[in-house]
Design a binder for this molecule. Structure first.
Ligand code: AMP
Length: 282
């Protein structure tokens, strides 16, 4: 497995693979890898000849007062895990390599898809994501890029960007990997105390409860959101950022639960903000 720190080296490697007629899968990450990330690597292994995993804690997607400086990092352990997972290349640039001092070119998806949910609580977050992902596409030249359903809004926005800017690649969504308890795996779970980790189970439990209500015929999103909020309120440390139900294609509002609906949660436990979601087909 090769580890690249420089854009030119990474791009030259990718070009050499493509000259040989090999397909490339890209798994963009911020590192501190867990089994959820590795499920993306596994999917890329199955679908592509060569797998690149990028590890970059992207400063432009963090707002002031967010956890950029404290975001967990362990590149050596990540590389060991990726070696075991049979990745072919790791792209781990530093921030100066990705952003020259006078960097000022941005890729931004507009509209309700970026304005709602995490876009409402984290202004400019998705502008940072779409900009860095565009750069990663141009540097790594993937045929397929793999994104987790865990960050469903991010996956939707990147699909839209890739389609509308005609990036010559396909986006593959990979299901959420959960711990046995139901807690969605996240690099940020290491911040949780054992008490908070226990309380955080309410995210997946309330999503399951919502799915049960819908399966039993409930179609009123306001009622379902009320049940979710009441459940989360039982956890003493939980502070809801959002608990919403939208159309799962473009995040438009729904008055009646029908078709493909997204139930999306963001909840803070102390300073740690967790997200989880479920798409229900009616
Ligand atoms: P991150 O390092 O948190 O930016 O995540 C990198 C990629 O891994 C994103 O596409 C995430 O959606 C995906 N991912 C993170 N956690 C999970 C999980 N529990 N299951 C599946 N994919 C995940």
């Amino acid at each position: 497995m090769q580890v690249f720190k420089h854009i030119n080296d990474m791009q030259a490697w990718s070009q050499a693979q493509k000259k040989q007629g090999l397909t490339i899968g890209l798994v963009p990450t911020m590192g501190y890898l867990h089994a959820g990330h590795l499920s993306l690597v596994q999917a890329a292994r199955e679908q592509c000849d060569r797998v690149i995993v990028s590890i970059f804690v992207n400063p432009t997607q963090f707002g002031a007062g967010e956890d950029f400086a404290d975001y967990p990092r362990d590149i050596e352990r990540d590389c060991e895990l990726l070696q075991q997972a049979q990745a072919d290349a790791v792209f781990a640039p530093d921030a100066r390599e990705m952003y020259a001092q006078d960097f000022n070119t941005w890729v931004e998806v507009k509209g309700e898809i970026t304005a709602k949910l995490c876009g409402a609580s984290r202004p400019n977050h998705f502008k940072g994501v779409t900009t860095v992902v565009s750069k990663l596409f141009n540097i790594c030249l993937p045929d397929r890029a793999f994104f987790g359903q865990k960050d469903v809004q991010q996956a939707m926005i990147i699909e839209k960007m890739a389609r509308e800017l005609n990036f010559p690649l396909s986006i593959v969504r990979v299901p959420i990997m959960r711990e046995a308890s139901g807690l969605a795996m996240s690099s940020r779970n290491v911040y949780l105390s054992s008490e908070q980790k226990e309380q955080a189970l309410v995210l997946s439990q309330s999503l399951q409860k919502a799915a049960q209500l819908i399966a039993a015929g409930e179609r009123d999103p306001a009622h379902i959101k009320g049940v979710i909020r009441d459940m989360i309120a039982q956890s003493p440390e939980a502070v809801i950022d959002y608990a919403e139900i939208y159309d799962a294609h473009g995040l438009s509002d729904v008055e009646v639960v029908q078709g493909s609906v997204l139930i999306a949660l963001a909840v803070k436990f102390g300073t740690t903000r967790l997200i989880d979601n479920l798409i229900v087909e009616v």
